[in-house]
Design a protein around this ligand. Sequence first.
Ligand code: HEC
Ligand code: HEC
Ligand code: HEC
Ligand code: HEC
Ligand code: HEC
Ligand code: HEC
Ligand code: HEC
Length: 312
Amino acid sequence: MKYRLFTLISIILFCTLWHHSKAQYYNDPENHECLKCHSGQAYTFHNELMDLEEKKLMNPYFILDTVALALGVHNLFDCTDCHSYEYVTYPHASNLKLESLITCLDCHGGDESFASYQFEKIEEESQKSIHYQVYGDNFTCSKCHSQHTYAATARTSSDVLEIVDYSNKMCLSCHNNMNKYQLVSGHENPQLIQVHDWLPNQELHFKHVRCIECHTEIVDGLMVSHNIQEKAKAVKNCVECHTTNSRLKSSLYKYQNLQKRSETGIFNAVLSNESYVIGTHQSPFLKLLSIIIFLATLVGVATHTIFRILKK
Ligand code: HEC
Ligand code: HEC
Ligand code: HEC
Ligand code: HEC
Ligand code: HEC
Ligand code: HEC
Ligand code: HEC
């Protein structure tokens, strides 16, 4: 009995330590085979032909952010779980460039444990999107989601501004990056500030609402809508958000981690919100009160008039 308890404790201890060490793994690029080279501006290697240590600049697009890696949903993976083991040798074999990488659906499709994310439905919606219509299978999930660093912020964060920032950076990483945009499209990216110049307080809006709020169709039952529609269908009507029945209630503010927001009355709206959207937080009590005051005024004016007429 004692021994069993001891073994159990050791196993738990081992697992915790293992989990911990794996989670910390990426934070220690010095000791990580791949990150020794892939986490900094420059890398060093031994040139066997010349028999000397050489230092070269790393391609900036091949540098990984170790902090974001450690925070990502796949932080328990190691590089060679997804990439070929042949990458341990440097220079990397040239045929590795042709390696086909596993997609999100290859791992997550049909897996019960991830059912709540509805990967299949997300794929279906993505394939309706304008990006997919123009670029087909070349517009992979990875164009927006880095498999290295993706964190499901919309579910895990309780800070609207953080959720908005995370989500918008996924779009801006391409729409505001000439190189990446051209790589996909072959032409220059339209300037977003000009495109949205009809929107007042643009900077403020982009901090408080996600691009997908205006650019996707809201799908019931899906946490994050994935059907990016053509620009003609984008939301331009202020009232869609600036009203009691704001579309934000069924999109940005619907997450359980933000539940306080959707149950807004005017008071907790002010207390719990970083965003106070003009028009959305009408309190039923105040509404009733204003109607009563209005009616009372009418009655007052009417009696006043009647008395004046009677006096004459
Ligand atoms: C000695 C430095 C060094 C080490 C160690 C290293 N890499 Fe690289 N890697 C590079 C450089 C430099 C490139 C840029 C392209 C090239 O020179 O092949 C690169 C490119 C890559 C690419 C992009 C290939 C492409 O062209 O699309 C991948 C993926 C990659 N490495 C994965 C890994 C993995 C996984 C490991 C660990 C098992 C690893 N690398 C270890 C230096 C290194
Ligand atoms: C969960 C799977 C997964 C893991 C784990 C993973 N990668 Fe990747 N990696 C990918 C995919 C998918 C791509 C291609 C991205 C794309 O198509 O834009 C990629 C691309 C790359 C590239 C090319 C640059 C780029 O962003 O396109 C490098 C370099 C790279 N990985 C290095 C690494 C290193 C180093 C590690 C470990 C620290 C690692 N990867 C772990 C899936 C993974
Ligand atoms: C190589 C297989 C593989 C690939 C490719 C892959 N995933 Fe994962 N993913 C996993 C596994 C396994 C876990 C569970 C990791 C854990 O529990 O630590 C996971 C976890 C997740 C989670 C968190 C689930 C949860 O709540 O625990 C999300 C979200 C996710 N992945 C999204 C994606 C997206 C989006 C892509 C494509 C860009 C992708 N994954 C590609 C295997 C994969
Ligand atoms: C045009 C960009 C884009 C593309 C393409 C894209 N996504 Fe997303 N996805 C997003 C954004 C933005 C979010 C919200 C970010 C967050 O989780 O905070 C998101 C969220 C998710 C989530 C988390 C949803 C949840 O319920 O928490 C999953 C899972 C996901 N995407 C899977 C996929 C898969 C699978 C594909 C490919 C079939 C894909 N995405 C393609 C932009 C994109
Ligand atoms: C308040 C709603 C709203 C928000 C938020 C919003 N957009 Fe738009 N966007 C629109 C509307 C409406 C149009 C169409 C404008 C027109 O045609 O005059 C548009 C147009 C566009 C276009 C088409 C450009 C062109 O002319 O080819 C792109 C790309 C775009 N938006 C990307 C984004 C990105 C990325 C974000 C997030 C940083 C974003 N939008 C946030 C409403 C919005
Ligand atoms: C990897 C690059 C990339 C990413 C990431 C990306 N886009 Fe795009 N997007 C494009 C390109 C390229 C086009 C131009 C398509 C075309 O030529 O019609 C485009 C077009 C658009 C359009 C305009 C459609 C039209 O009618 O002209 C909108 C709106 C848009 N994207 C919104 C978004 C949103 C919202 C996100 C994030 C959820 C996002 N994009 C992420 C590359 C990207
Ligand atoms: C996608 C939803 C959405 C749409 C569409 C939208 N807004 Fe907003 N707007 C917001 C949110 C959220 C805020 C809250 C920002 C904050 O917390 O101060 C805001 C803030 C504002 C403010 C700023 C008030 C201040 O505190 O300075 C003004 C003014 C405004 N919107 C006007 C407009 C006008 C005019 C339109 C139409 C052309 C419009 N909005 C369309 C969501 C939206």
